[in-house]
Structures are given as C-alpha cells and as structure tokens.
Design a protein around this ligand. Structure first.
Ligand SMILES: Nc1ncnc2c1ncn2[C@@H]1O[C@H](COP(=O)(O)OP(=O)(O)OP(=O)(O)O)[C@@H](O)[C@H]1O
Ligand SMILES: [Mg+2]
Length: 286
C-alpha cells in the first residue's frame, strides 16, 4: 500500500506549529498562485525537522483536503493508479486513491520521499502530472486530469548525511518551487516542547541544551530530530529522568549520554535565544 489513507480530508490544525514568517508569507503567495494553475512545491530538510508537518499545517490552514503517498515504496511503474485484483473469480481494475486525489479540486497531494522510489522508472508517470500537461492516460481509467487548484508537495530528506545520494532527477526538480527547512532555533524548539508535552520550561531547557550540544558535537555530530526531542519531552512529562529520556529516545551510547550530562551540568547559560523570527502558523495569528 502506498498510503494507509482511505479517503481524502482536511487534516487537523496543529495549534503549536511554528514556521519562519517568511515561509508562511511565501506559502500564502503560492496558495494564491495555485488558484491560477496547479503547482508543485518541494520541501527539503533533514530527518524529522518538520517537513510533513508543514505540508499538513498548510492543508489545515487553507482548509484543503489532503492525501499522502509514500514514493519510497514505489517498486514498479503504474502502481500509483490502481491494480488488477480478483473478486469472485473475476479480475477487475481496482482504482487507488491517487487518481481520485489529483482529480479533487484544491487537493494538497503530499508525495513523501520523492527522491527514493525503489524502482528508478517509478516516477515517470508522475512526471506527466507534475509537468505542464497536467494529465495522464491510464489504459484502465482513460485520461486522468489534474483538477484546478491542486498543489503537489514533495518532501525529501536532504541534509549533510544525504549529499550526493538519492538526489532528485534534475528535470523533475526543475518543476518545483523549493523550500528548505532546518531544525528550529533553540528558543522556539524549547517552546514547542513545553506546549506539546506539558513539561516545565526548566526541563525543556535542559533537553534543548543537550540536543543542541549533540547536533553541534565537533567530533561526531548527532542528528537529533525535532521528533526525538519531543520524544524525550514526552517521556519526561510522564516522570522519566533526563538520563532515561536520553537513553531511551536517542540512539546514542551510554558513555556519550554521561559525558553530555556532565558538560551540561558544568556549564549554564548556553541557551542563547536567537532573533525571534519564528511565529505561530495558525489562522488567529494572521
Ligand atoms: N516547526 C514545528 N513546530 C512544531 N512542531 C514541530 C515543528 N517541526 C516539527 N515538529 C514536530 O516534530 C515531529 C516530526 O516532524 P515531521 O514528521 O513533520 O518531520 P519530517 O521532516 O517530515 O520527518 P521525516 O524526515 O522522518 O519525514 C512532529 O511531531 C512535529 O509535530
Ligand atoms: Mg516526513
């Protein structure tokens, strides 16, 4: 299955989702533009930095239906549209969610891991819906056209550890507006942890101090995602210690945990707030 979704609906708004004001501004312009013709937006960034959440928040914010498809699971061409199935001894063509999604006006279509299909030719059929003609002929379905206002969001992991490999085909990439995301600044990530998990500002500060130390570790930087810092916060919110939260949430050795804990306790005041350019991305903050 390329999606576990059964139907196409507007996702729930995340009340505690932050994004750079400039990104929110540009997304507003792109949303406007999509009303003239369908368009494609690529979001790149490291693992767990909030790519999928940004797409979901966009759909929720603009009250648009959304469907998500895992491109990383595509193992052969044709798989997005449907398959031949057997019912009562008879074969029939079972249409998948993808053709329905692209025919839904104003739908947000999220193509996850667009740079990693299992089959190199699996993206070929996608090319025609993302390129200027915006339609594709499928023998079993006829001409499938992209409906008005549709926005394709593609996401891909692209950070230090991904350079060179799995890079997106140039011709395909050429058809996307691109937004590159990074981890949140320390002060904003700290606020997210407090708001989402309910831990104290002090505990959140401790987690962020550790996380940022790991990310900036000169010998072996560890890529700790926002997902992981949230996992730590949630574990602490139900009573785990910072040490337990680190050991069970982060995939690092106990030795590293101990040395980081030592250095955090040895120093204080390392949580310098960066300039606050991040604002809440939700309708009542417009
Ligand atoms: N800017 C943000 N504001 C609030 N929460 C965030 C933000 N960015 C990420 N998160 C939280 O961090 C977690 C991971 O985010 P998400 O799944 O969107 O990352 P991703 O980049 O799509 O990850 P992957 O690379 O694994 O696909 C989610 O629980 C999300 O709510
Ligand atoms: Mg994701």
């Amino acid at each position: 299955m390329l999606t576990h979704q059964k139907d196409i609906k507007v996702p729930l708004l995340d009340n505690y989702f932050f994004a750079p004001g400039e990104v929110i501004f540009v997304l507003e312009k792109l949303e406007k533009l999509s009303r003239k013709h369908p368009l494609n937006i690529l979001i790149t960034g490291r693992q767990g930095c909030g790519k999928s959440s940004l797409v979901r928040q966009f759909a929720a914010f603009y009250n648009r239906p959304m469907a998500v498809f895992q491109m990383g699971l595509l193992s052969e061409p044709g798989q997005l549209f449907g398959e031949h199935a057997l019912r009562g001894g008879e074969t029939f063509y079972q249409e998948f969610l993808f053709p329905k999604a692209i025919s839904t006006p104003y739908c947000v279509i999220h193509l996850e891991e667009i740079n990693r299909p299992e089959h190199p030719k699996a993206l070929n059929e996608l090319f025609s819906v993302l390129s200027e003609n915006r339609c594709i002929w499928v023998d079993q379905l006829g001409l499938v056209e992209v409906a008005e206002g549709v926005i394709f969001f593609a996401t891909m992991n692209e950070g230090e550890e991904f350079t060179g490999t799995d890079s997106l085909d140039a011709a395909l990439r050429d058809r996307f507006y691109t937004i590159s995301q990074d981890y949140l600044p320390a002060d904003v990530e700290k606020e997210v942890l407090c708001l989402k998990s309910g831990i104290s500002a002090e505990d959140a500060g401790m987690i962020i101090g550790i996380v940022h130390r790991l990310r900036k570790n000169p010998q072996f930087p560890v890529s700790v995602s926002t997902r992981h810092s949230l996992m730590m916060a949630e574990l602490m919110a139900v009573g785990a210690s910072i040490r337990e939260a680190m050991i069970y949430s982060l995939q690092v050795s106990r030795d590293l945990v101990e040395s980081i804990l030592l250095s955090v306790h040895a120093e204080t005041g390392d949580l310098q707030a960066r300039e606050d350019k991040y604002v809440l991305f939700r309708p009542d903050q417009r």
